[in-house]
Design a protein around this ligand. Structure first.
Ligand code: GZL
Length: 342
């Protein structure tokens, strides 16, 4: 809140000074009104910190990613953290360049969502040498070098894969399937969510002899690629396909029309399992064209800001923070699912 300094008009005539008194009285009331409004509108906005956080975001490839960006920005505002935000448009080299800019700018903390797990050692060693702590948001990195990052704030993707598979096993039991042929549309190759959602699902169905994966194909978390993958899978396997396991809602939403074009009803002829839990997919779940959506919350901003504030204060932080996540499916009354906010 700016402090307004008012000039004193002491050397003017009586009539003028009365007028000035009236104007300054009115302006004082106006200023007080603005101040009160400001306090009311500030909501729970905390005092500005002197923290400058550099954040490198992967891109805008999905409703999840856009929701994550919105939440990061809103929480920076709420916590009074100054945010230097850069969108890498799905390119690792853009993230590396952004991190180098943050280092040059001497930010207090760096946070980023690594698009893939490999290739970060050099730039993170530069951040370490510059004494700037790094927070991993959403996704992880793969490295042999200790101490390049302080913590990971993001979903337990392996557990998401397990929850997807556990739903499928329950569904197969419920409708009496004796053989279950699955096609898998994966997220970006070598990304943490792709690797772990695939592993959690595969490890869980491995215990069930009915389950077979016909093929896994990379949809890169993109709606357009999800459609292309599904078109290929329908042409290749057609009637053999009992289940589509898709690593995110965007690819699922791209795939559904291709299933319908091939003459099948998604959610009825083919079991559809998706991950993220954005509003559009939940609406389709409610229509019965998706059977299961595993939640992956994009709302990580609060934990990111609280962790940045702790790091700036030199406090220890938890090495891993996983948000709680649930499963939405045709096993429940989907009409009761609250608006998702992304
Ligand atoms: C998951 C996130 C994934 C989402 C996709 O935390 O990394 O990236 O599942 C997004 O929608 O593209």
């Amino acid at each position: 809140m700016k402090n307004f300094l008012w000039k004193n008009h002491s050397d003017t005539g009586k009539r003028t000074s009365n007028r000035i008194r009236k104007i300054s009285g009115f302006l004082s009331i106006l200023l007080a009104a603005f101040f009160i409004a400001g306090c009311v509108n500030s909501g729970d906005k905390k005092e500005d910190t002197d923290i400058l956080l550099g954040f490198s975001q992967i891109g805008s490839e999905s409703a999840w990613r856009i929701g994550n960006t919105t939440d990061i920005e809103q929480q920076a505002e709420n916590y009074g953290v100054n945010l230097m935000f850069e969108n890498a448009n799905q390119k690792q080299e853009n993230q590396i360049d952004a991190i180098r800019r943050f280092i040059a700018y001497k930010v207090d903390v760096i946070a980023f969502s690594p698009i893939v797990e490999d290739g970060w050692d050099n730039v993170l060693m530069e951040a370490k040498d510059a004494g700037i702590p790094v927070i991993l948001v959403d996704r992880d990195i793969s490295t042999e070098t200790e101490g390049l990052t302080t913590c990971l704030i993001g979903a337990d993707f392996y557990e998401e894969g397990v929850m997807a598979a556990e739903y499928l096993i329950r569904k197969a039991d419920r409708i009496g399937l004796t053989e279950v042929n699955i096609v898998e549309i994966t997220g970006t190759e070598n990304s943490t969510p792709m690797r772990q959602r695939q592993a959690g699902f595969a490890d869980t169905i491995a215990k069930d002899e009915r389950m077979h994966i016909l093929e896994s194909i990379d949809g890169d978390f993109l709606k357009s690629r999800g459609a292309e993958c599904m078109r290929y899978l329908m042409e290749t396997y057609g009637d053999e396909i009992d289940v589509v396991y898709s690593h995110n809602d965007e690819m699922t939403l791209g795939a559904l029309p291709e299933i319908e074009k091939a003459g099948y009803v998604p959610g009825r002829d083919v079991i559809i399992i998706s991950i993220d839990g954005g509003q559009e997919a939940i609406d389709v779940l409610k229509e019965g064209k998706i059977n299961c959506v595993v939640e992956c919350t994009p709302k990580l901003g609060k934990e990111v800001m609280e962790t940045a504030i702790k790091l700036k204060a030199g406090e220890k932080v938890e090495p891993v923070i996983h948000p709680m996540e649930v499963v939405f499916s045709d096993e429940q009354d989907t009409s009761k699912i609250e608006p998702r906010g992304y």
